[in-house]
Design a protein around this ligand. Structure first.
Ligand code: SF4
Length: 234
């Protein structure tokens, strides 16, 4: 009896890849039924600030710092008017706290001057804000405005590579590869699931393929432990 070709040996059609993605989502959904975005927020402004703070920093640390700040500063005006030294001290445990202080205040000034003190919902408008790239804009659109959007953070990018959904290393190009593969109404969920899976089993230092619930759908499991991921997410 001929054995089924391995995923890595097959020329996978777009339809087959879409089916594989739907099955990966289904299995991870069962594995992590309650998972959601790790950053805590209750308004689009809070999520915008949390995302600026989260660059190259852990979500846990950001949540600890923002828990106090979000009670004190609730509007773009409050954030923009805090004395810069004071804000720097308040976010000091966070990496690059000086640059992030500048970004938060510049962003809030733009919100006041150009968007009537609201966080805009469209990708085009969000991308005009200082320090906001596609990842931040899409995470905001998906999580604060319930839009179908894929925000490629380090987990989403790395796991998509391992799962053979993209060969790209640039997050914007990874997003373009993923968009046609993930159903519209599952895009945000797909990101939450990959983020959670990347923290629990598909670890950056060594994916735990043996115990992974999607190993039959993942070409990396067939190659592991001999091959490293193709490239770092830039
Ligand atoms: S099989 Fe391995 S590489 Fe693939 S998703 Fe699971 S842990 Fe990650």
């Amino acid at each position: 009896m001929r054995s089924r070709p391995k995923i890595q040996d097959r020329k996978e059609t777009l339809e087959a890849k879409k089916r594989r993605v739907r099955n990966i989502i289904k299995i991870l959904d069962q594995a992590y039924p309650d998972t959601t975005l790790a950053l805590q927020f209750s308004t689009p402004l809070e999520l915008l600030i949390a995302l600026i703070l989260a660059a190259q920093c852990t979500d846990e640390l950001v949540n600890t710092v923002t828990a106090k700040l979000f009670k004190k500063y609730r509007t773009p005006q409050k954030w923009a008017r805090i004395d810069r030294d004071t804000l720097e001290q308040e976010i000091r445990p966070i990496t690059f706290f000086r640059n992030k202080t500048k970004s938060i205040q510049a962003c809030c000034l733009e919100l006041i001057n150009r968007f009537d003190s609201n966080v805009p919902e469209s990708l085009e408008d969000l991308l005009t804000l200082p320090g906001v790239g596609r990842k931040t804009a899409n995470i905001l659109r998906g999580n604060a405005f319930s839009q179908a959007a894929i925000g490629v953070d380090r987990h989403v990018g790395r796991l998509s590579q391992l799962m053979g959904l993209t060969k790209e290393t640039n997050p914007d190009k990874i997003e373009f590869d993923l968009n046609p593969l993930v159903p519209e109404d599952r895009k945000v969920r797909f990101c939450h699931l990959l983020q959670r899976h990347g923290r629990s089993i598909c670890l950056a230092r060594k994916p735990q393929c043996t115990g992974c619930p999607v190993k039959k759908l993942c070409p990396y499991a067939e190659k592991a432990p001999f091959t490293e991921p193709k490239g770092k997410i830039k």
